[in-house]
Design a protein around this ligand. Structure first.
Ligand SMILES: Cc1cc2nc3c(=O)[nH]c(=O)nc-3n(C[C@H](O)[C@H](O)[C@H](O)COP(=O)(O)OP(=O)(O)OC[C@H]3O[C@@H](n4cnc5c(N)ncnc54)[C@H](O)[C@@H]3O)c2cc1C
Length: 437
């Protein structure tokens, strides 16, 4: 499983045998939790329940290959129905849990908005996050869209054929990935970013500037410090509501748009945790073992706010990560907890984002860096930024530089360092200059 040292738990972490484990949220982290539990020999019944009508699928392609029509929906499905049946996992689709009654011993009943009830002896929250909404004039017009799930992607795909002009609101990863895909599909795309640079706080200034220049040089119209004031419809008269036709900016600029795609971040789905009285603070607060404040419920993936798992991070520092890698690793930690063991988060958090021909890979977390080293091979189109805290490398953003990514990730995993004084030399591979302290 690749997780840190395992030891026997001494408290009541094991699952009582009655109604089994209910995992709410059937996506990256919920699926991984069920799979990891079976790999660990967990023999209680598992219900893997989600509100979407689709079999659990991978989200990353929704803004990339699936949107561009390069892969079909079937290839995004995590596991076949046979897998779930063969592993005694009840997969329940299309049920939204609206309320949970839970006893002090961790058992309870989850109530779906359909009226169905799901009793459980142990509960896992893998409910992820939802798209943050932009509420301005015209935001309810047809063609104003988001991109968080498969239905969103299908809605976008169904409109793309008739649209020539697309305005993407938000210059974060999802916005830039979707903008690049739509541009590749021949659309006239404008990206509006409210802030002074791209990609928020997820990367440093150098990487943000690199992406700005790289996208602009590929013909993407990116406008920084640009705020949408309202969306307007075509003035067609008649009774039929009209779709969006334009975006009006605060400075008075009007951009034609038959599609507006909003990607301004996500909000963790903490409603159930709040209703249960669990500690919530930008996500469900969990300990190192993915246990929520009641000591029995586990919470994993995008919804969980956990202690920073990176070795050497400041004591008490907490973090909520939104990535596939985190959903997988965090679910493994929770699987250990649910089988009566304790294992801490293993490995170094990493992330990827593909935008046009720009393949970004991020190793580690750059929070709290005090120095950066730029490693740029313009000839080969490679670009990396290494982040340091007090002389120790803590993270790297690597664009089209998979060896840099791998070398930094390996160094971080082994607690090694890559001296800042030597890291800029692109002629030398980073693993050659890696040192033990
Ligand atoms: C378009 C897109 C592209 C992405 N690209 C990348 C990428 O390139 N690299 C990367 O590392 N990450 C990427 N991500 C992020 C990654 O997909 C997420 O981090 C990951 O899906 C998180 O998994 P999760 O299971 O924790 O949450 P989610 O995937 O959000 O799943 C939670 C599930 O729970 C369901 N649910 C919520 N509340 C309830 C309820 N009350 N009852 C029943 N069901 C409920 C939700 O509908 C959802 O199906 C991307 C995400 C998107 C949307």
């Amino acid at each position: 499983m690749g997780t840190h040292a395992v030891e026997e738990a001494t408290d009541s972490a094991t699952v009582p045998s009655r109604t089994g484990l209910l995992i709410i949220g059937a996506s990256q982290s919920g699926v991984q939790l069920a799979v990891s539990l079976r790999a660990l020999g967990f023999d209680e019944h598992i219900t893997l329940l989600g509100d979407e009508d689709h079999r659990p699928y991978q989200r990353p392609a929704l803004s990339k290959e699936f949107l561009q029509g390069m892969v079909g929906s079937e290839s995004l499905i995590f596991r076949s129905n046979d897998y779930w049946t063969g592993h005694n996992v009840d997969l329940v689709k299309g049920e939204y849990i609206a309320r949970i009654d839970k006893e002090a011993d961790g058992t309870g009943v989850a109530h779906a908005s359909s009226g169905r009830q799901f009793p459980f002896s142990r509960l896992a929250l893998a409910v992820g996050a939802r798209a943050r909404k932009l509420e301005i004039d015209g935001s309810d017009l047809d063609g104003v869209l988001y991109l968080r799930n498969a239905d969103d992607a299908l809605a976008l795909k169904s409109r793309v054929g008739d649209a020539q002009d697309v305005v993407v609101i938000g210059g974060g990863f999802i916005g830039l990935e979707a903008a690049s895909s739509l541009q590749k599909m021949g659309k006239n795309v404008t990206v509006l970013e409210f802030g002074p640079r791209l990609v928020g706080r997820a990367v440093g200034d150098e990487t943000a500037e690199y992406f700005l220049q790289a996208h602009r040089s590929r013909g993407l119209d990116i406008r920084l410090n640009a705020t949408a004031a309202r969306f307007t419809a075509a003035d067609g008269g008649g009774e039929k509501p009209h779709g969006v036709a334009a975006v009006e900016l605060q400075d008075g600029t009007v951009l034609p748009a038959q599609i507006v795609l909003i990607g301004i971040g996500v909000i963790p789905n903490t409603q159930l945790a709040e209703q249960l009285g669990l500690d919530v603070d930008n996500g469900v607060v969990v300990d190192r073992f993915a246990l929520a404040s009641d000591g029995t419920t586990v919470a994993v993936g995008d919804v969980a706010n956990m202690p920073n798992p990176v070795p050497g991070s400041a004591p008490g520092e907490r973090i909520r990560l939104e990535s596939v890698n985190n959903a997988i690793e965090h679910a493994k930690v929770a699987a250990y907890s649910l089988t009566g063991h304790r294992a801490e988060y293993a490995g170094i958090p990493w992330f990827w984002s593909n935008q046009a021909d720009l393949k970004l890979q991020i190793a580690g977390l750059s929070n709290g860096y005090d120095q950066t080293v730029l490693r740029r091979d313009t000839e080969r189109g490679k670009f990396s930024v290494l982040y340091y805290r007090q002389g120790q490398v803590i993270a790297a953003d690597c664009v089209n530089a998979p060896l840099d990514f791998m070398d930094v990730k390996n160094a971080l995993a082994k607690g090694q360092n890559i001296p800042a004084t030597a890291a800029a030399d692109v002629a030398t591979r980073l693993k050659i200059i890696t040192t033990d302290s």
